[in-house]
Design a protein around this ligand. Structure first.
Ligand code: PEP
Ligand code: MG
Length: 938
């Protein structure tokens, strides 16, 4: 909120008073708008008129039947908000003048009972903020014009229904009357009559309701509902302006990054009535299917109905194709119009229309919201149709939409079926982290963790999450909260762990103590208790009761996605490689389009069940000879792993990193050992037989032995201790074994005919002398292996850059290394002096929430700090060795913003997890396109 107020004050200074300025434009005055805005990009037009207004002007220019009207500009809104909520000089006079022009155009008169004009007053900012600001419909209705309308239409029921809507909306939006009393009155009248639906109420009942609504206005607002149409208009205009700083709107902008100083325009438009009989109707439609992206008209309409009725679901709407039978001429005209709109706006349109006594009116058009799948299909189809370029198609798909297609999903059919069975509990909460998740409801982190350990899938449900809940979130399949938006703790953490999450599902009444939530659906009140099955779709923000079937993504069958990524590959400058530790990961990476392995973390192979005891034996060895004996047992296992990866990556480079973590990670924890020993010694007191005692003593000796080794390896700051290439210096035999395994594997698969390109990478180096030492070992082992095998392979030797000193001395490092790979996970830790594990659990989320850090630097590369070091290292390294090959293998390699940075500083490739390879391909192409465009535009 503080930022909103600050920006508002800045707006105040900038706006000034501008007497004589034009604040109001008729929909037919687009030429004047363009003459005022120099230069006149479409973006400028939208900034002045709002997105909705700009499209109404454009439709009017295209000759499409739009109910006439005018727009009060965002500049007027900003001037109003900046000057104590006073209309800027001349604005109101212009608005009244525009009403007179509207009267001329429509042949109706505002407030004239014999031929009344009614208008709607709607907000509309530059960027669509659906439902976040206010709207008032049917302005101009009062006791007199209502009478006049009854005479004109002979339909008192329709007139009083419209009138009560105005009193209700005006009361709520303009005069701040709460919604509930209005709803209570309607419920009461229905109860008296014993009916369930609004449409069953009569004219007299609506008239009575209208009168009671007027009474509510007096009771709550302390004033009469205004009968003067111009007073209605003025107050509604103010209310829309004020709603720019309404809580909902401010929160929405904070969550979506929309600036607070844009202001909203106000669109005043003649009301057309779709409820004037059987030749009237209203509907909404998309020019393509917004779920699948198929090129087909998609939408619904209702005969003899008003706008809200379609959305409110009181009556079941007809599919749009039905209109062809009911009103063939109108349908034909509608088809032509929407085709024209799509061609003109060069994107899928979402339109609203009304038919008033056989005449079609287009009320609104805007770029339609769509699923990830539809976004991709529509972009590819439109490029193939020649409507947009391939570059535009690439820019229209968000990298995270690609991500959604690669998570398990619920098919549209499965969801429709569940909804039809009344199992849709939440239709639209915040789609915080994509993917489908199915699990048992749990209401606290400890239970989530416990059940997770027992192998049960769980959905963790909380009003909101806190850092204390993270262990439960990790154990859960998905996360559901009733509070908080896309930047809440739950959302941020869920995305970080790749867990599907639905946040801010406000309709859930969660009772953590009783371990349940209650939710009111359209048809019933549903109670969900701990242990009940739930299914959540983090890509759409939907929640379903029960166990919905999920679909594994099948990348090869995603035809449009593969086409789009093929176009991306032609454009991008960055290579896209993958971090993969096992052959199956390497295979997946390759299927997803990886061009090499940028990081194979060899320690993951050490953790495997049958290997860990041998690794422990190696660590426990008190002599070099024993250590070598253990390493010899590991050698064939590592060699087999590498062979598998080399085969999978036939023809492509594979960077293998030598052992990195501190050795204690492979041993039992110190605390656990101390505890076990204490237990054993207590038990020892109770044994009686000699054999029991001998056995227990042997166990004690063994544990004490391990404990002494663990104590010897114990470090105050293990991440800054004996790890990385320091291990290779202290225990060169480990390095020797690994290098031997790599090169023997390479020679063996080469003999099979595999085109093998091994690259050996040193972790954590900070001084060139470390690299020199490592290189000596590598070269001497290579000589031995190639001699023994009577065959050789070419390989590369390179280093990770993970500590600032390595970056600062990159020229020296490049004298030994043929390639650099920026390990930005460690480089971020060591540059900030922050331990990631501690930071994310303790303070980092607060830092981001309070704006101390603009984002989590472990997810999005810190361009100005860590980025500066990288850039410097690249430049110095390439000066020392012009053909130095440089890439990045920290998590940032899969983050679109960080990928753009890598493009800008000219890295050769990014390397990321196999699942993110498609995202990186798209992000790299987008970086190339955006960067190329900005250069061309300069
Ligand atoms: C890094 O530090 O960025 C890196 C890739 O290494 P790891 O994550 O294994 O420490
Ligand atoms: Mg690292």
């Amino acid at each position: 909120m503080a930022t909103a107020v600050a920006e508002r004050q800045t707006g105040a200074e900038a706006a000034g008073t501008q007497a004589g300025k034009k604040w109001v434009y008729m929909f037919s005055e687009l030429d004047e708008v363009e003459a005022y805005l120099q230069p006149k990009s479409w973006d400028d037009v939208k900034a002045l008129l709002g997105g909705k207004g700009a499209n109404l002007f454009e439709m009017t220019r295209l000759g499409i039947p739009v109910p006439p009207g005018f727009t009060v500009t965002t500049e007027a809104c900003n001037a109003y908000l900046a000057h104590d909520h006073k209309f800027p000089p001349g604005m109101w006079e212009q608005e009244v003048e525009a009403m007179h022009r509207l009267e001329e155009v429509t042949g109706k008169r505002f407030g004239d009972p014999s031929n009344p004009l009614f208008v709607s007053c709607r907000s509309g900012a530059k960027f669509s903020m659906p439902g976040m600001m206010d709207t008032v419909l049917n302005i101009g209705l009062n006791d007199e014009t209502a009478q006049g309308m009854i005479e004109l239409t002979q339909d008192p029921r329709f007139v009083y229904d419209s009138y009560r809507r105005l009193v209700q909306m005006f009361g709520a939006v303009v005069l701040g009357v709460p919604d509930e009393p209005f709803e209570e009155v309607i419920a009461e009248v229905k109860k008296e009559r014993g009916v369930r639906l609004d449409i069953e109420l009569t004219a007299e009942e609506w008239q009575r309701i209208t009168e009671r609504f007027k009474g509510l206005v007096v009771a709550f607002a302390g004033r009469e509902f205004p009968q003067d149409p111009y007073e209605q208009l003025e107050l509604a205009t103010r209310a829309v302006f004020n709603s720019w700083f309404g809580k909902r709107a401010v929160d929405y902008r904070n969550a979506t990054g929309i600036s607070h100083d844009l202001g909203t325009a106000v669109n005043i438009q003649m009301v057309v009535f779709g409820n004037m009989g059987e030749n009237s109707g209203t509907g909404v439609a998309f020019t393509r299917n917004p779920i699948t992206g198929a090129k087909e008209l998609y939408g619904d309409y209702l005969i003899n109905a008003q706008g809200e009725d379609v959305v409110a679901g009181i009556r079941t709407p007809q599919p749009i194709s039905q209109l062809q039978q009911e009103m063939p001429e109108v349908y034909q005209q509608f088809l032509e119009i929407v085709e024209k709109l799509e061609r003109h706006f060069r994107d899928m349109q979402d339109v609203e229309f009304t038919i008033e006594r056989g005449k079609l009116w287009m009320l609104q058009t805007r770029d339609g919201k769509r699923t990830a799948r539809a976004a991709i299909k529509i972009a590819v189809d439109m490029a193939n149709e020649g409507l947009i370029t391939r570059e535009e198609a690439l820019l229209r798909v968000q990298p995270n939409q690609v991500d959604m297609l690669l998570h398990p999903q619920f098919s549209a059919e499965v969801k429709q079926q569940a909804a039809a069975e009344g199992r849709l509990l939440v239709e639209k909460a915040v789609n915080a982290s994509p993917g489908a998740a199915v699990g048992l409801a749990v209401f606290d982190a400890d239970t989530a963790e416990k059940w997770g350990r027992e192998g049960k899938p769980v959905i963790m449900i909380r009003p909101e999450t806190k850092p204390d809940d993270v262990h439960g979130m990790i154990a859960a399949q998905g996360i559901l909260t009733s509070r908080g938006g896309a930047t809440s703790h739950a959302a941020v953490v869920a995305r970080q762990f790749g867990k599907p999450a639905v946040c801010g599902a406000e309709s859930l009444q969660i009772n953590v103590e009783q371990r349940l939530f209650v939710v009111q659906t359209e048809t019933a009140t549903v109670e969900v208790r701990e242990g009940d099955w739930l299914s959540i779709d983090g890509g759409t923000g939907e929640v379903f009761l029960g166990k919905l079937e999920t679909q594994e993504p099948d990348f090869e069958r995603e035809v449009e996605l593969n086409t789009l990524l093929g176009w991306a590959d032609e454009i991008r400058k960055l290579g896209v490689w993958a971090n993969a530790d096992y052959p199956k990961d390497a295979e997946r990476a390759r299927r997803y389009g990886a061009e090499g392995i940028g990081l194979c973390r060899t320690e993951h192979m050490f953790f495997e069940e049958e290997r860990l005891p041998i690794v422990q034996e190696m660590i426990m060895a008190r002599s070099k000879a024993r250590r070598i004996a253990a390493l010899e047992k590991l050698l064939p296992m590592q060699r087999a792993d590498f062979e598998g990866i080399f085969r999978a990556m036939d023809g492509q480079p594979v960077i293998i990193r030598l052992l990195d973590p501190p050795l204690h990670e492979f041993l039992p924890s110190y605390d656990q050992l101390v505890q076990d020993l204490a237990d054993l010694k207590v038990r020892l007191q109770h044994y009686h037989t000699l054999s029991e005692i001998d056995q227990a003593l042997a166990e004690v000796r063994q544990k004490e032995d391990i404990l002494s080794r663990v104590e010897a390896l114990r470090e105050a700051n293990p991440m800054l201790g004996l790890r990385g290439d320091r291990l290779g210096v202290v225990m060169p035999e480990i390095t020797e074994m690994q290098v031997r395994a790599i090169l023997e594997a390479a020679v063996r698969v080469k003999r099979e005919g595999v085109d093998v390109h091994p690259e050996i990478m040193i972790p954590l180096a900070g001084h060139v002398n470390e690299l020199k030492r490592m290189r000596e070992i590598v070269e001497s082992v290579a000589k031995e292996v190639f001699g023994e095998m009577g065959n050789s392979v070419s390989y590369k030797f390179g280093t990770m850059i993970e500590v600032p000193r390595a970056a600062l001395t990159a020229d020296e490092m490049a004298s030994e290394a043929e390639f650099f790979s920026f390990g930005t996970n460690d480089l971020t830790q060591t540059t900030f002096g922050i331990s990631r594990d501690d930071a994310e659990a303790k303070f980092l989320i607060q830092y981001v929430e309070e704006g101390i850090l603009p984002h989590n630097p472990f997810q999005q590369l810190d361009r100005s700090g860590v980025g500066k070091l990288i850039q410097m290292a690249v430049n110095m390294g390439r000066q020392a060795r012009p053909d130095l090959h440089v890439g990045i293998c920290g998590e940032h390699g899969g983050d679109p913003d960080s990928i753009e940075f890598c493009h800008l500083i000219g890295l050769d490739y990014v390397s990321c997890s196999p699942f993110r390879v498609p995202i990186a391909r798209l992000a790299a192409a987008q970086a190339a396109i955006k960067n190329g465009q900005s250069q061309a535009g300069e």
